[in-house]
Write a protein that binds this ligand. Structure first.
Ligand SMILES: Nc1ncnc2c1ncn2[C@@H]1O[C@H](COP(=O)(O)OP(=O)(O)OP(=O)(O)O)[C@@H](O)[C@H]1O
Length: 245
C-alpha cells in the first residue's frame, strides 16, 4: 500500500521560561539573558500513514498528539526530521481556528476557503453544499462570535471537507459536535476511505477510534510506543493505563 504521509525522526522542542514575576533589578543583573530549558514535546517520531486509511493518534494528556498534528498541518516546523505528503492536505484543528470572530458565517466561508487554497469561483460553486452540510444556514449571516462551539466546528469541518483534500487532519474538535453531526462526519470519513483519501485524527474516545480507524499510533511523553492495527494498539495503551493505576 502506498503512503499518504511519511513522518521520519520528527522531534519538536519548546522553550520553557523560568524567570516569570522576577524584578527588573534581577533582569538587569542577568543582563537580559532569559532563563529557559528546552522541552522536547516530540522525540524521534517515525511512522507512515497508508493512503486511503483512517489513522488515529492516541495517548494521554500532554503526550504530544496535538503538537504532532500541528507539525502535520505545517503550523509548527519540526526541529529535527521530516514529513512528506502525497497529495493536497487540509486541517481542522482548534475550534474556531481560521475564523474571524467579527465576520459572519458567510464571510468566514470565503476567508477560510481561500486560506485552504480554494478560489472564489470554487467557493461560489461549493457554497450551498458547505452550508447544507454544516446545518447552520439560519445563522449564516450572523457574526460567528455568536456561534456555539458545536456550530463553529460544523462550519469549520464543512469548509475543510469541501476542499476535497487527499489528506484531512482533524484534532479532537469533532467531539464538540452533537451525535447527529458526529455520525455525519464518520460517514464522510467512510466515503473518504472509499475514494482513497486519507484521514489523520486525534481522539480520546477509544470507542470512536475503534469504530473509525484502520491503524493507530500511540504516543507517550513525546515518544511513539506502538503503531499498527487499531484493536491491538488500543489494548496495549489501555493496559498501560491500568498498570499506572
Ligand atoms: N507552545 C507550547 N509551548 C510550550 N510547551 C508546549 C507548547 N505546546 C505544547 N506544549 C507542551 O508539549 C506537550 C505536548 O502537548 P500536546 O498539546 O501536544 O499534548 P496532547 O497529547 O495533544 O495533549 P491533550 O490530550 O491534553 O490534548 C505538553 O507537555 C505541553 O505542555
Amino acid at each position: 500500500m502506498s503512503e499518504a504521509v511519511r513522518i521520519e525522526d520528527v522531534s519538536k522542542k519548546f522553550r520553557l521560561y523560568h524567570e516569570r514575576n522576577q524584578t527588573l533589578k534581577s533582569a538587569i543583573m542577568r543582563r537580559r539573558r532569559s532563563v529557559h530549558e528546552d522541552f522536547w514535546a516530540l522525540q524521534d517520531v517515525s511512522f507512515s500513514v497508508p493512503q486511503g486509511s483512517t489513522f488515529g493518534l492516541i495517548g494521554s494528556n500532554g503526550s504530544g498528539k496535538s503538537t504532532l498534528l500541528k507539525c502535520l498541518a505545517k503550523i509548527y516546523w519540526p526541529d529535527k526530521g521530516s514529513i512528506a505528503y502525497d497529495g493536497r492536505m487540509a486541517a481542522l484543528l482548534e475550534v474556531g481556528s481560521g475564523f474571524h470572530h467579527e465576520l459572519s458565517g458567510r464571510e468566514n466561508i470565503y476567508l477560510n476557503g481561500s486560506i485552504l487554497g480554494m478560489s472564489k469561483k470554487e467557493i461560489d460553486r461549493k457554497f450551498d453544499e458547505i452550508i447544507d452540510f454544516s446545518g447552520v444556514e439560519k445563522f449564516i449571516d450572523q457574526p460567528v462570535k455568536n456561534y456555539s462551539s458545536g456550530m463553529y466546528v460544523r462550519l469549520g469541518f464543512s469548509v475543510a471537507i469541501s476542499v476535497q483534500p487527499d489528506i484531512l487532519i482533524v484534532d479532537e474538535v469533532l467531539a464538540v459536535g452533537d451525535a447527529e453531526f458526529q455520525e455525519k462526519c464518520f460517514a464522510k470519513f467512510r466515503d473518504y476511505r472509499e475514494q482513497g483519501r486519507t484521514v489523520v485524527l486525534v481522539s480520546h474516545s477509544m470507542g470512536s477510534v475503534r469504530a473509525m480507524c484502520d491503524q493507530v499510533a500511540w504516543l507517550n511523553k513525546g515518544h511513539i510506543m506502538q503503531v499498527g492495527e487499531t484493536a491491538s494498539t488500543i489494548a496495549a495503551y489501555e493496559k498501560s493505563l491500568d498498570l499506572g493505576r
